[in-house]
Design a protein around this ligand. Structure first.
Ligand code: C2E
Ligand code: SIN
Ligand code: SIN
Ligand code: FE
Ligand code: FE
Length: 380
């Protein structure tokens, strides 16, 4: 394939999106997998894991599996696997021809690799503008499936998947980045710190991850919750400073003025989505839901729409719990920080009274240690 033909094939993949509902990256990778299998039938699984530079971990993102259950919700420190680390540092690919025999380590990662039942695998690092972005796994139930001829063919597909993922991630970063810059300009971080956004988005992802197996939530969805949660209060940019930084409790009138931050946020999302031409970005619905619905209540007494129960999108119910938890344990102009134990009691109380979704609060207490670690790690 010449460079030009390759370029067109890739553009075709990127542009061949349906006019209405945007196709998720997972769906696009699954259709590409069908194409790969026509050329290389022994590729039973294609999966992409993203690199998180802050946590120095790899997390599963999209997964297309022919046989058995797709492997999901896996996160491992990059340093756990010397060969994965080499992918990043030396930009090398990795071929494992005989996983049961060659992967002997006792690390969580090695054990997991043996247990997943594939006999050989080919792993390709993904870079975007020089930055390590993640890795792509091709796995086979057959031994020694990845001969040099096969890996050469797969490299073309690896670049296509890499571009699909980079394209999506770059679009999301542009959107999130510009909204964060807007938050900085508005000095919103004087009121709600970067630490708050970091903590609440990780708490939201944690809750989504706990709910994922029983509810069949994809890694891609969990990742979108994480990426877009920090934008939930973007509309506070349009709220006067005098309200944002008010030291005491609100009057009823002030409370109403503050509640306008939801409608303002929805307007900003629409403007930015249009400005960036991001109507096709699959995560935009998740973003809209988070911004629009994070102050709805299960009993229908929330704002702005008064939606109740399951008609509040799950991503918004999750973000509400994460937002309230972090708001409670953080200092605000109007309140002292709460101890974590008291905040957990308050979440239970708010679930019992019909404010928060009990199903989204339920994962909190059993995982108190992990959540405390998140709060501590990203403390201001
Ligand atoms: P925020 O400070 O980020 O709080 C987010 C949400 O956390 C609140 O949404 C509320 O559901 C929950 N929350 C915060 N503190 C407490 C608390 O002490 N007890 C309980 N049970 N829940 C709490 P809400 O109420 O819709 O408020 C939205 C935003 O309006 C707040 O964001 C804050 O910026 C502002 N705000 C709300 N009430 C007051 C107030 O009395 N004074 C001031 N200065 N700002 C307020
Ligand atoms: C790895 O190869 O280290 C991860 C396992 C996989 O998804 O193939
Ligand atoms: C709030 O909405 O500010 C908290 C009131 C409650 O406990 O539901
Ligand atoms: Fe809010
Ligand atoms: Fe918040």
């Amino acid at each position: 394939m010449t460079a030009e033909v390759f370029h067109h094939a890739v553009q075709g993949q990127l542009l061949a999106l349906p006019a209405r509902e945007a196709e998720s990256v997972g769906e696009r990778v699954r259709s590409l997998h069908q194409e790969v299998m026509r050329a290389v039938p022994q590729v039973d699984r294609i999966a992409c894991a993203l690199y998180d530079p802050q946590a120095d971990t790899l997390r599963t993102f999209v997964d297309s599996t022919q046989h058995g259950a797709g492997l999901q919700a896996y996160e491992c420190p990059l340093g756990d696997s010397p060969s994965l680390l080499r992918l990043k540092e030396l930009r090398q690919t990795r071929v494992l021809q005989d996983i049961p025999a060659s992967v002997q380590g006792q690390s969580h990662h090695s054990r997991w690799l043996r247990e997943q039942g594939f006999l050989s695998s080919y792993t390709v690092p993904l870079f975007h503008q020089g930055e390590f972005e993640g890795v792509l796994f091709f796995d086979s139930a057959a031994p020694a499936a990845f001969t040099p001829e096969v890996t050469q063919r797969l490299d073309v597909y690896a670049r296509m998947v890499g571009l699909m993922v980079s394209h999506e991630i770059a679009a999301v970063r542009a959107l999130v980045g510009s909204m964060r810059i807007a938050q900085d300009f508005a000095r919103l971080r004087d009121v709600e710190t970067g630490g708050h956004l970091e903590r609440m988005s990780r708490v939201a992802r944690f809750i989504a991850g706990v709910l994922a197996p029983a509810r069949g939530l994809s890694d891609e969805f969990v990742e979108q919750v994480f990426l877009f949660a920090p934008l939930h209060d973007i509309g506070k940019i349009g709220v006067p400073d005098s309200l944002l930084a008010k030291p005491g409790r609100f009057t009823d009138e002030e409370r109403l003025a503050m509640q306008a931050h939801v409608a303002l946020g929805v307007q900003m999302v629409e403007r930015l989505v249009e400005g960036f031409g991001l109507g096709q970005l699959s995560g935009v619905t998740v973003l809209r839901h988070i911004v629009a619905c994070h102050h709805e209540r299960m009993d229908g007494r929330g704002y702005p729409a008064g939606l109740a129960g399951e008609s509040i999108p799950l991503e918004a119910r999750i973000v509400a719990v994460a937002d309230v938890l972090d708001a409670l344990v953080s200092p605000r102009a109007y309140k002292e920080p709460w101890p974590v134990a008291a905040a957990l009691d308050e979440l239970d109380r708010m679930a019992a009274e019909g404010h928060l979704d009990p199903a989204c609060v339920a994962p909190v207490r059993p995982h108190e240690a992990q959540l405390r670690a998140i709060l501590l790690r990203f403390s201001d």
